[in-house]
Each structure stands twice: as structure tokens, then as C-alpha cells.
Write a protein that binds this ligand. Structure first.
Ligand SMILES: Cc1ncc(COP(=O)(O)O)c(C=O)c1O
Length: 484
């Protein structure tokens, strides 16, 4: 039963500290999130008006409004038709029972990236590749050296299949802080990136009797290939400008869904707050599992990062993340925040796959995270990607204003919708002849185009291209479009 606040609500919730370097809005958002997750604010409970809360806290009303809007976007709060802001029905507290981690101590890989290109590519708009030249080699090698020098001898044996306990502790703290995840180290499994994490979780779901898995359409072709290879039946659920269509999902017969809610791959849309709620309601009603691919949410340009879906329903969502976008894909390090009921089985699968991720690498990552160097690296990278993104927008606007760019709010790829009449495949092939690597949307589509051909679109990755290369490549594309 929800409590109606008469004043501004519990003290605990509203404490903000002006002496801390963290902005007040961030503090307030976090306090609210934590209160909802911890069950201190119950589903349906009414929050004070922004005017009252602003007055009580001595902050601007705009700050409170922004904070409420952010939490609405994340699905923690709802406002209907101008009425009061309330805690969302599905923003339930996590199952917080920490479970003992077993004291016991071969990665499968994704199929190769689908690419139509075989020869040399001078400028490659391949999506999903971060700036490889910015990998913090010095910091990483120092952290590795320290791990190798200082780690106790036991660490050279077979490790805990859940992953190094130190890394799991710091990772959970990081994901709580940065992704608003309900991260518990005892349900965290370290893995070799999303590729392996997905396989481990799917194998466990197969063991639970799941046969039908829903995927986003358009969506990541590798995920589809993995699920198919593991014997699942796939259903394609369309994605529109508000994310996956939960109504269609609900009629699909699936008991698991693979999702990219923070930045849909490849369209770049963010899953709308009401759909987050509907999705969780579906998962609860259907006893289903949501596999959340949290692949590039650290890089967001127009607003604060949208919190992870997992924070809203940790017992229904398996969040999989990795350092492939934040550091480098070659490290092959990632994590799974498992629903508690699945964590022991996921750790077993990890043991069967490769008996645990490399110990020194895990310690090096823990070192970067706990020393603040990981955060510093992200802060360093954001303006770099923002500059490349700005170059893409500027040069397309100048050379090909008829091309519409979408999905630019986060990460380092965007979707370019080509003008009517343009032939996606012809543009990709012509660009290839000029040594420019382009990737068409058709490679991400699964379902039939329902009687009408889908518009010609390119998925443009700009993470590993300098601003000059972006400009150069886009000038080539514009030139090709003029000839269409
Ligand atoms: C949609 C999506 N998810 C996740 C990843 C990261 O995969 P991994 O962690 O296995 O490198 C990628 C890599 O490009 C991706 O495109």
C-alpha cells in the first residue's frame, strides 16, 4: 500500500550535500533511485510537486523537474495527464538476498562480422569499433604489471568461475554508480565480453526450458546467429522510434528477449519509459527473462545516461556489459549481472566454457576501476567522440543535406537515411570501389518488409575514424549520392 506524502517526504531521501563535487541533480536522482530500489518509496507512491521539493531542498524548480524527467525516462517514475508524479508500478525493489558464492574454481566465439568487403578499405565506417588509438596502453600495462607482481600465488591456479572477487566488488559498485544497476557482486559473473555472456545466459535459459527467443528487428545479426546456433526458435519483433514493440512481443510466444534498451543497435533509439514498464510487466507475467545488452551507454551526448533496465527489475533482467566500447574489444572482458535464480548456473556455464577469465586482466581492470582511471579515460574519450559525431553531422549537412541522420544520442554510430530512390546496396558497393567501407541497414533486418521495401539506410560507425576521415568519407558518400 503506498503512502501519500504530506510534506516533502522522508529526510533520508532528500539529503543533498553541497560540499560534494557531484552536481546536486545527480545526487538527488541517485537518492531517489536508491530509495525506490530499496523499497523506501513504494510503487504508486506520490512524490511532492517539483515546486514543494525545490523549496524544501533550496534548489531551483528546474533542477527538480529535470531530475523527475530523467527518472521517468528510466522508468522509475510516471506522470499521467498532468497529475502528480508517482513511483512507477514496476519499479520494484531488487531481490537483495546475497547468495553465497561457491568456492570452486572454453569461450565460444561469435561468427565473424558480416561484411561484404574483402579488399583494402581506406576509411571504414564499420559500426561498433571504438577509437583503438586511444587505448590507455600505459595505464593498462602498469595495472597489469602491478597485478602480476603483487597477486598471491593462489591466483595462478583455477579461479572462481564467477570471476575475481575484487573485480566483482568494484564492478558492482561502478555499475550501481554509473548505470543505476542493482548490481550485487554475488550475482555478477565475469565473462569474455558480450559475445560469451550471451551464450552463457542462453545456455542457462535453454536449461530452464526456454525455446523461443525474441530479438529486435532491426537488430544485431550476431546475436541472432548465436541464438539460432544454440537451437532456439527466433521471433523478430519490430523496433520503432520508441524501441521494441512490446505489444507484438507479448503475442510472440517468446520467454526471453535480447534487447539494447539504452541505445538500440543499430537504430540508436532509446526504449521509451512506458515500454520499459510494459516490458517488465510482460517478463513478470510470462516468467520471462530480458537479456539487456548494455554495450555503449557510457557515451551519451544530449542528456545524462539512461539507467539500465536491470535496475528496475534485477530478478527478470540479465544485464551484460563489456569493456569493448570503453577500452578495447581485444581485451575480451565483460560482466553479467544475473537474476539471482540464474547466477549459479551461469557461473557453471562459465566454468564449462573456459574455467574463468584471465586472472591478471581481471585484476588490471579492477585496478583501473578502483583508482578512478577508468572514469578518467571515459571523460577523456567523450569529447573525442563528440567531435567526430559533430564532424559527421556538419559534413553531411553541408554535402548531402537530403540525408537524414538518426540515432545520434549515444555511442559512436548513427543511421543515415538516404534520399528516396537511392539503392542501399549500390551505394555500399560503389563506396567500396572507392575504398570507403559502408554498412547497409538491410544486414540488420530480419522480418519481411511487409509489402513495402525498407528505406535505404546506412549504419555509420565513427568511433575509430578521425574527424578528418569522417569528413573525407562522407564527402565520398555525398558524391556517390549525387550520381544516383
Ligand atoms: C550490439 C552489440 N552489443 C555488444 C557488443 C560488444 O560485444 P563484445 O563485448 O563481445 O565485444 C557489440 C560489439 O560491436 C555490439 O554491436
Amino acid at each position: 500500500m503506498s503512502i501519500e506524502w504530506t510534506g516533502s517526504g522522508p529526510e533520508l531521501l532528500l539529503r543533498v550535500d553541497r560540499n560534494r563535487p557531484e552536481p546536486l541533480r545527480v545526487q538527488l536522482e541517485r537518492a531517489l533511485r536508491e530509495s525506490i530500489r530499496a523499497g523506501r518509496l513504494a510503487a504508486g507512491e506520490r512524490l511532492p510537486s517539483s515546486r514543494v521539493l525545490a523549496r524544501d531542498l533550496g534548489v531551483s524548480r528546474g533542477l527538480v523537474t529535470e531530475c523527475y524527467a530523467q527518472l521517468q525516462a528510466e522508468g522509475y517514475l510516471v506522470t499521467r495527464g498532468g497529475s502528480a508524479t508517482r513511483v512507477a508500478a514496476e519499479a520494484r525493489p531488487p531481490v537483495a538476498e546475497p547468495q553465497p558464492v561457491p568456492a570452486v574454481p572454453s569461450s565460444l566465439s561469435l561468427p565473424p562480422e558480416s561484411t561484404a568487403f574483402t579488399g583494402p578499405v581506406r576509411i571504414d565506417f564499420r559500426p561498433g569499433v571504438p577509437d583503438l588509438s586511444s587505448f590507455p596502453r600505459e595505464r593498462w600495462s602498469r595495472a597489469l604489471r602491478r597485478a602480476c607482481r603483487d597477486a598471491p600465488g593462489d591466483l595462478l591456479g583455477y579461479g572462481d568461475p564467477y570471476g575475481d572477487p575484487v573485480l566483482r566488488d568494484v564492478l558492482a559498485a561502478y555499475l550501481r554508480r554509473v548505470r543505476a544497476a542493482a548490481a550485487d557482486p554475488s550475482h555478477t559473473v565475469v565473462c569474455a565480453g558480450y559475445a560469451q555472456g550471451l551464450q552463457l545466459v542462453l545456455r542457462v535459459l535453454a536449461g530452464e526450458g526456454v525455446r523461443v527467443v525474441a530479438v529486435e528487428d532491426p537488430g544485431d545479426p550476431d546475436c541472432r546467429a548465436v541464438a539460432t546456433a544454440l537451437g532456439f526458435d527466433l521471433v523478430a519483433v519490430p523496433v520503432d522510434e520508441r524501441g521494441i514493440d512490446v505489444g507484438t512481443l507479448a503475442t510472440s510466444g517468446a520467454r526471453a528477449v535480447l534487447l539494447t534498451p539504452a541505445h538500440q543497435s543499430p537504430t540508436g533509439v532509446v526504449l521509451a519509459p512506458d515500454r520499459r514498464q510494459a516490458l517488465i510487466a510482460w517478463a513478470v507475467a510470462r516468467d520471462a527473462t530480458i537479456v539487456e545488452d548494455d554495450y555503449d551507454a557510457e557515451f551519451r551526448y544530449d542528456r545524462e545516461p539512461v539507467g539500465a533496465l536491470q535496475g528496475l527489475a534485477p530478478d527478470r533482467v540479465a544485464l551484460i556489459g563489456s569493456v569493448s566500447k570503453s577500452l578495447a574489444p581485444a581485451l575480451r572482458l565483460g560482466w553479467i549481472l544475473c537474476p539471482p535464480r540464474l547466477s549459479a548456473d551461469v557461473a557453471d556455464q562459465k566454468r564449462f566454457a573456459d574455467r574463468g577469465s584471465p586472472a591478471f586482466d581481471q585484476l588490471a581492470l579492477a585496478d583501473l576501476l578502483s583508482s578512478g582511471q577508468y572514469d578518467r579515460h571515459l571523460r577523456h574519450m567523450r569529447p573525442r567522440y563528440a567531435a567526430r559525431r559533430a564532424a559527421l553531422v556538419e559534413v553531411l549537412g553541408r554535402h548531402a543535406p537530403e540525408v537524414e541522420l538518426r540515432g545520434l544520442a549515444a555511442g559512436f554510430h548513427a543511421v543515415a537515411q538516404l534520399p528516396p530512390g537511392a539503392d542501399e546496396r549500390a551505394v555500399v558497393e560503389a563506396a567500396r570501389r572507392r575504398s570507403v567501407g559502408l554498412y547497409g541497414m538491410s544486414g540488420y533486418l530480419l522480418g519481411p518488409p511487409e509489402g513495402r521495401p525498407s528505406p535505404a539506410r546506412l549504419v555509420l560507425g565513427f568511433g575509430n575514424l578521425t574527424s578528418d576521415a569522417v569528413s573525407d568519407g562522407i564527402a565520398t558518400v555525398a558524391d556517390l549520392l549525387r550520381g544516383c
